[in-house]
Design a protein. Structure first.
Lengths: 169, 149
């Protein structure tokens, strides 16, 4: 009697193992839970030789505020350490005394189209053209962590023509 | 009459200031061999996906997708795909939505800079979003909508 029960339990264990183990293996294969802790890091070089080219640091799309404005603003760093802002596919409306400036993207004034009071900004120069690709040198000391948005700004009417929030490239 | 002419002149001057077009054409300083065509940032909260996806065209015309500052969660059977959509929701299931896609290969690593070749006949104006896609569970880990660089 005892031996019979014992063999049955043994038998059932066998069945449990025979059924359970494949399920465990399948579940592991499907979910690969160990990957939650294991990172696979790669570091491929850029697909082209670029050490002598300016490298993009930050970029963002321009959106229109007071006037329709579109295009892309990108900050590049040249191999000799100089930084410049480049506008591409750029279009805004022409106007009087329009400047390119850098501002803080959390600047309260940017929720409005017209700036009241002083705009905390870094001047990059007068807008060279209301259309076309153009470059603006950045002052060497500018803190791009702080001034992380480019604005097309009409100084005469304190109007924000367009704004590009810059993200790390 | 004189006043009318003056008004007209003033209006013309105004129209000139606002209507005239000033076109600038600065060149890229030392233009490189590869052209940057499109770029976008990853979003993906559920699986913590972040970084940048950029499509380059090499001098010989080859298209390359490059991921930089990239991070996502590790997982089974994760692929990099292009989908024919403007953007994709976090955790979107493309099998159900049956969005057209272009397979670029298995994800090489869940962290770090990496390149993927894009088939040369890919219509980039149609396939506008990069997705990090878990094929096993049909889950979108993260997506990067691409915009012209």
């Amino acid at each position: 009697m005892n031996t019979h029960v014992g063999s049955w339990v043994l038998h059932r264990k066998w069945i449990l193992a025979a059924v359970g183990l494949p399920i465990l293996v399948a579940a592991w294969w499907a979910f690969r839970p160990e990957k939650l802790w294991i990172n696979q890091k790669v570091s491929e070089p850029a697909p082209f030789a670029s050490s002598t080219d300016p490298q993009p640091l930050y970029t963002g799309r321009l959106e229109g505020k007071a006037h329709q404005t579109s295009g892309r603003a990108t900050i590049y760093k040249t191999p000799d350490g100089k930084q410049y802002l480049r506008l591409t596919d750029f279009s805004t409306s022409n106007g009087p005394d329009v400047h390119v400036v850098l501002v803080r993207s959390d600047e309260a004034n940017l929720t409005q189209e017209i700036v009241k009071g002083q705009l905390d900004s870094v001047e990059l120069g007068s807008l060279k053209g209301n259309q076309g690709d153009q470059n603006y040198d950045l002052p060497a000391s500018v803190d791009l962590q702080k001034y992380n948005a480019a604005v097309i700004y009409c100084e005469r009417f304190h109007a924000v023509f367009g704004l590009a929030r810059l993200e790390q490239f | 009459m004189v006043r009318n002419i003056k008004t007209l002149l003033a209006l013309a001057a105004l129209a000139f200031t606002f209507g005239a077009l000033a076109y600038a054409q600065d060149n890229m300083k030392h233009e490189g061999e590869a052209k940057t065509l499109e770029t976008g940032s990853f979003h993906g909260k559920v699986h913590g996906t972040s970084g940048r996806a950029t499509i380059y065209q090499e001098a010989d015309g080859k298209l390359v997708l490059r991921l930089t500052n990239f991070k996502t969660s590790n997982g089974p059977d994760v692929h990099v795909i292009l989908i024919a959509a403007k953007d994709a929701d976090d955790n979107a299931n493309f099998l159900k939505s049956s969005a057209e896609r272009v397979e670029l290969g298995s994800l090489k690593g869940n962290e770090g800079d990496q390149n993927y070749e894009i088939p040369s006949d890919t219509d980039l104006s149609k396939f506008q979003t990069v997705s990090i896609y878990c094929e096993r569970f049909d889950a979108n880990f993260g997506a990067a909508p691409l915009e012209k660089f």
